[in-house]
Design a protein around this ligand. Structure first.
Ligand SMILES: Cc1ncc(COP(=O)(O)O)c(C=O)c1O
Length: 516
């Protein structure tokens, strides 16, 4: 098989095969183990097209390649799209989002420019508006759809860097960090590793974060943050966590917003999954004050339940996105002043910022409200980019605010159910309150010595992954090794939570059998 042009007729058949396989695969997710160790041997099929596993000189053709990938993938993948994957913070894909993701590949739009896809830009503009409305953020916030929360933190902190350098009289987008002092970044102990990674990528260094924690759990020491802000001679960046990964706790965002205001600091909130607290009156207090943040990071592929790669950043002064990410200087690309920087018919200024705000990319922050879609490549880190707005648009269109509120509240209930089952099990010990969707607990059988508990819980975490019926990971919370299942998949039901506890108890009994 050679040039794909001569295999074009295979397209309809091969897509039909994917669609035929999808139904049974998705139906099986509710019952099958998260991971099947017996399927690992199938991975060899990925490199058996040639004797040494190298690139085939002659391809096997569209149908055979697709068939092989489907066969290996549906068996050997981690079935994290299903309801029993509680490791990390991983959502599934709603039916509408999945259909839209297939449509995204079908249409294969480059969502970089209005000139490359007016359609993609329009969907992105609507999606950003709906997301703002979902979270109750002011319409003046601009937004960028990016690949993940790591990239949303990166995007936000790039904009913060631009702001901070401007305070020092430097256009960092043009001239870089040379000659500037170190950018002060202050946080409590909940700060996520991806914030450090973002700072590392931005040239500040991951160790630039100054952590002010009041205890071993990581709760922020507000007084210490305030003292440091007062002592600093110049602008600083505050990072707040809306939903930390061990127990789903929140930094006091309102208090941090007060501090930022008093000291002229930039407030960035990492709400990768915790921003969804805004959706329910039961948890909205946890994000009170978030509408005073200068930037906010969130993930779509977590609690929104859209496919990878999907995250978003919101920025209070949208013009700063364009100031940080604009890419002038190439004649063939759309840019301010070029005829390709086409103005959407009837509304909006094409030099407006992401989410659609009408302001020039001066970084002044003096902006007016959104009017229409823009050249989104100038408002985030990527240039050519997938039309990742389509699954967001479709899932919000399909289920609306009510549907998402209902899903989030069902998952809040499931987290409380898990907490209750843990509390009722004599050999389990819950280590933290459950404000949102994560339950932090450990095995603590009465006959196991205190100094052996960390080892037992580490082995329990490994045994859970080996077993494969449910997935949950370990962490260290308050100095103790613990499990921290996170519940954000739209498919998860009470039966899955009950199974999680059943499997954990079974494994604890096996790893630390009661003394006769
Ligand atoms: C609070 C927080 N921030 C950032 C991230 C990074 O998300 P991603 O892996 O999507 O980049 C996570 C991931 O779990 C998170 O929980």
């Amino acid at each position: 098989m050679g040039d794909p042009l001569f295999d074009a007729d295979a397209t309809a058949g091969v897509l039909r095969r994917v669609s035929e396989a999808a139904g049974p695969y998705l139906d099986s997710l509710a019952e099958r183990p998260v991971y099947d160790p017996d399927a690992v041997s199938l991975l060899a099929e990925l490199s058996t097209l040639t004797p040494d596993g190298g690139l085939p000189e002659q391809g096997i053709g569209t149908a055979a390649a697709a068939e092989r990938l489907l066969r290996v993938g549906t068996a050997a993948a981690t079935h994290s799209a299903g309801p029993r994957f509680f490791h990390f913070v991983i959502g599934g894909t709603t039916p509408a989002a999945l259909a839209a993701d297939w449509t995204t590949s079908l249409l294969d739009q480059n969502a970089a420019f209005l000139a490359s896809s007016r359609f993609a830009a329009e969907v992105e503009w609507v999606a950003l508006r709906w997301l703002r409305e979902l979270f109750g953020l002011p319409e003046t916030y601009g937004g960028a759809l990016v690949a993940s929360a790591t990239f949303a933190n990166f995007t936000s902190l790039a904009v913060a860097t631009h702001w901070w350098a401007e305070r020092h009289g430097v256009d960092v987008a043009a001239n870089g960090l040379a000659g500037l002092p170190r950018m002060p970044v202050l946080s409590g102990g909940y700060v996520h590793a991806s914030v450090r990674k973002a700072l590392q990528m931005l040239g500040h260094g991951r160790d630039t974060v100054e952590v002010y924690a009041a205890d071993r759990v990581g709760r922020v020491d507000l007084a210490a943050v305030e003292r440091r802000l007062a002592e600093l001679d110049g602008p600083a960046v505050l990072v707040a966590s809306a939903g930390e990964v061990n127990a789903g706790d929140f930094d006091p965002i309102e208090a941090l917003a007060d501090l930022a205001e008093r000291h002229g600091a930039w407030l960035h909130v990492d709400g990768a999954f915790g921003l969804f607290a805004a959706l329910s009156p039961r948890t909205a207090h946890l994000v009170r004050g978030i509408d005073r943040a200068d930037s906010i990071a969130c993930d779509g592929h977590k609690w929104l339940n859209v496919p990878y790669e999907n995250g978003f950043a919101f920025v209070r002064e949208p013009a700063r996105l364009a100031a940080a990410f604009g890419m002038p200087g190439s004649a063939y690309l759309p840019g301010p002043g070029s005829p390709l920087w086409s103005k959407p018919a009837g509304r909006g200024r094409p030099d407006a910022a992401g989410g659609g705000t009408a302001a020039p990319a001066t970084g002044s922050g003096d902006v007016a409200v959104s009017a229409g879609p823009v050249n989104y490549s100038s408002f985030g880190p990527e240039s050519s980019r997938r039309a990742r707005a389509l699954p967001i648009w479709a899932t919000l269109a399909a289920y609306g605010r009510d549907g998402y509120r209902a899903m989030v509240e069902r998952q809040l209930d499931l987290a409380q159910r898990l907490a209750r089952l843990v509390d009722e099990a004599p050999e389990l010990e819950r280590l933290a309150e459950v404000p949102l969707c994560i339950v932090c607990f450990r095995a603590r059988p009465a006959h196991v010595a205190a100094e052996a508990l960390d080892d037992l819980n580490r082995r329990l975490g490994a045994a859970l992954l080996d077993d494969g019926r449910v997935f949950a990971g370990t962490t260290v919370y308050d100095g103790r090794v613990a499990l921290r299942p996170a519940i954000v998949n739209w498919r998860t039901t009470e039966a899955d939570i009950d199974l999680l506890v059943e499997v954990v108890r079974e494994l604890v009994a096996r790893l630390a059998p009661p003394r006769p």
